[in-house]
Design a protein around this ligand. Structure first.
Ligand code: FAD
Length: 287
């Protein structure tokens, strides 16, 4: 398969906004350590319904002051246009030029739907409000979004986001590279030319990974689930095995033409550093 992007590979790291001062200090150490790898950018998640708004602002501003290019996530569920406009203006005033646009998921039972229903509407809104100020990335699901009625419908919905003006996409994490390559092929067949960067979740803790996967619908293949379960409390062996599995996944993806890797770091530098070193990766080119 041909490489998706005519430029060198792009590497990025994702963080969540910490809740405490201790977490803030830990995040500072993490991005300083990962910053030595010269990522293309790092991103900071945003709680659906605005639950982390101030903490996301704080983390974005801390990271920016620390000298790293940063891309905030922004989700539209539960938000009014006016709130979204204020957030975009806040980022513009900080000279942030890169944003990850998402729908988000409200906690079950919440009735606060918001004025925009889907991420394609958020991408359109960002373009209406800000023209080309932001480089806009969206989410992609090689194993399909859990609420999609069919694979075809989900692909069409992905296309809506690109048609609305998305520049690039980052995938949900997955452990089956074929799903990614098939997804990219489907995008090419639909005439979509944007880079789709695989999201990589390092494996360090089976219970945590299973919990996340159940919550977001990401699939852990049975062979992997069973192997991980077998390690029980032997965390060291589980991590060594997890490192083998994720390093091989990353190597296969890069070799097959993926335009880069986006690591879900969980605010830990170690697991991502370990994969990076095993892969013998070079730093991202400076933008
Ligand atoms: P959409 O693209 O809107 O899709 C959601 C569902 O609706 C899909 O099933 C799709 O097929 C369907 N759909 C889409 N458009 C239409 C339409 N016009 N008509 C009918 N159906 C439609 N969540 C957060 O809360 N904060 C974050 O910071 C965050 N970061 C993320 C980063 C990445 C890289 C990824 C992959 C996910 C992230 N998420 C985050 C999770 C994300 O919000 C959820 O997966 C959410 O369920 C879907 O968001 P989306 O932007 O993909 O939604």
């Amino acid at each position: 398969m041909k490489s998706q992007a005519p430029y060198p590979k792009s590497y990025s790291f994702e963080f969540f906004p910490p809740k405490t001062e201790t977490g803030r200090e830990k995040l500072r150490q993490t991005y300083q350590q990962l910053g030595t790898l010269k990522p293309c950018y790092v991103s900071v998640t945003y709680g659906a319904g605005g639950s982390t708004r101030e903490r996301t602002f704080q983390a974005v501003s801390d990271i920016k002051e620390g000298g790293l290019p940063v891309a905030p996530h922004l989700s539209c569920v539960g938000a009014t246009r006016q709130t979204l406009r204020e957030i975009l203006n806040h980022y513009k005033s900080q000279n942030i030029r890169h944003i990850i646009a998402l729908r988000g998921d409200l906690p079950s039972g919440s009735h606060q739907v918001g004025e925009l229903r889907y991420a394609n509407e958020l991408v359109s809104f960002i373009r209406e409000e800000s023209g080309d100020h932001f480089f806009v990335e969206v989410a992609a699901y090689p194993e399909f979004h859990p609420q999609a009625p069919s694979a075809e419908a989900d692909l069409k919905n992905f296309k809506r986001k690109v048609d609305a003006g998305a520049d690039a996409a980052i995938t949900q994490y997955f452990y089956n590279p074929d799903a990614y390559f098939r997804f990219v092929e489907s995008c090419e067949k639909m005439g979509l030319e944007l880079p789709v960067t695989p999201g990589i979740m390092p494996i360090t803790n089976y219970q945590q990974l299973a919990r996340f996967s159940d919550a977001c619908g990401a699939e852990i293949p049975r062979w992997l689930r069973w192997r991980l379960q077998d390690y029980g409390d032997d965390i060291q062996s589980l991590r060594a095995f997890g490192l083998d599995v994720t390093t091989k996944l990353c190597a296969d993806l890069l070799e097959g033409g993926a335009p880069g890797l986006h690591f879900y770091t969980m605010n830990q530098a170690g697991p991502t550093m370990a994969i990076w070193e095993r892969l013998g990766l070079k730093s991202s080119p400076t933008k």
